[in-house]
Design a protein around this ligand. Sequence first.
Ligand code: SF4
Length: 408
Amino acid sequence: MGVMDIVVSACLVGVPCRFDGQARPQGAVERLVARPGIRAVRICPESAGCLSRPRPPAERQSDGTVRDRDGRDVSEAFAAGARKCADRAQACAARLAILKAKSPSCGSGRIYDGTFTGRLVPGWGVAAELLRKEGITVVDEEKVAFCEPSVEHPVAIMLGSGMGNLAACVHVVRRIPYSDIEGFPDGAQPVEGHRFEALVGTIEGVPVVVYPGRIHLYQGFSEQEVTALVRHAHRIGCRDVIFSCATGGLDPAIEPGTLGLLADHINLTGRNPLACRTIGSVVETPFVAMGETYSPYLRQFARAAAEEAGIALDEGVYAGLLGPSYETPAEVAMLRALGARYVGMSAVCEVIMARALGMEVMGLTLVTNTAGSADLTHDEVLARAAASSDKAAQVLMGTLRLLGATTR
Ligand code: SF4
């Protein structure tokens, strides 16, 4: 079995290394690093910087230096400790770091503002900033707890064209007909051989809700209708949502049958599910930050799962078009120039809705054809997606295995 190396703040897994001589163990982090297939490399940048214990607390100042509460400049020790920890992370080739929130060393995204009043400001701890610069995904313990699957928070999986057979991996305990899902349109029909019903159960022991088929804008459904399944998933407690879709490859070098991980998307459908007069009753705000639409955290698990399964995992930007006609060569050239690697006709509206609802999103795509082909048919796309869907299933199951589940 392959191993996913993760760097983790030592105080989060029970090491009493904080300035006050205490630890800050966090259950979700302890469970994650104890999972088969995961190897934790414990770091404490402040210990590595030879700072004594106990000592006064320190905070990062607005000029980037670090001072303790007595006014002493401890920047050098923080920088030296950060460097040593970054070297350890590089030595074990870890791509993910789980670091203690808000700390002047480990904090990611928000740290104390340097006034010792408990006020938080946007910013990074010294070690977290360095690890990030060196290409490591840094998240805090809150992200790990949020994303940890459980019976209350199953993982939602939305299967795309030709990939409905992945539903066979589910140990089903309950079925929910789409017709019972609020907002799902009456009369929508699945492709032959599939049922429009959500499967509640487990995959690899991880609680999931699998939606084995979906509807599209190109069929004439509205943005609200195509996002009904996402709202349902959120309503029943899902926090992580994995989308799979079939796409055309925009780079002729991408072989049909390649599995890709979505790094970002370009919404070219001309639609947005948040541009709706009643959206205030659905999401807190329609002004959603889309800077990290495809969860860097979940993507690291997908990469590790693919590596473990020996499956080459491509990665790139997805261009979502309205369809249903396929792209012209001129459109393919334009999409390439825009930086897209895959093109398809689904998922973007659902992904936007999921982000607006605060869900963590991962996207997998099966590249079924080279975009812009003169003789492409929808049946061919479905057949090629079905033929390669085994790869997607393996990466999906590996991702779930690594994410694990809690029985809390
Ligand atoms: Fe924890 Fe990081 Fe502080 Fe060490 S430096 S005690 S690992 S938050």
